[in-house]
Design a protein around this ligand. Sequence first.
Ligand code: S3P
Length: 175
Amino acid sequence: MIIALTGFMASGKSSTGHALAERLGWEFIDLDELCETTAGKTIAEIFEEGGETLFRRIEVKCLRQALCSAKENLVLALGGGTLLQGEAMDLLRGRCICVYLKASPESLLQRLSGDNGGKRPLLGGEKLERRIPQLLAQREAGYGEMAEFCVNTDGLGAPEAAEIICKKLNINEKQ
Ligand code: S3P
């Protein structure tokens, strides 16, 4: 089984993915990290070199690679914009159980306020108060469309979110 976590930047995909994989004893892949190791560059450097277009190209290639190399069970933390690409949706559809980690614009603003933009160049420039709701409005339908179910991560720690996912899917593996 492959569980793919989707949701906006800072919704808890990486931390929950980590906690979930740990709890289940499954393999964990963070797609952003895979992009950086594959490219041999940080996300900021990729954006500097070729903008969002280059990043999305690398991202979808890495997604394909992660899904191809997946052994039996995998937790995959997607990037906040992975689902913007039809190709990524096609790769995930039918192959993964997608879970939408949902956070309110207010808690996203709080979590992202201390962000220095390194891993998230799309948040640079404009005020976060405007940028977050704007991007969220463009993306929310895609997250919801792909997801089997949604977990609200407002005020929730990663272990708690992982527990909710395990209960929903009725899995509790580590032996
Ligand atoms: C992006 C989210 C980032 C990273 C890149 C683009 C996005 O990942 O993939 O900066 O388009 O929302 P996180 O969602 O892990 O922050």
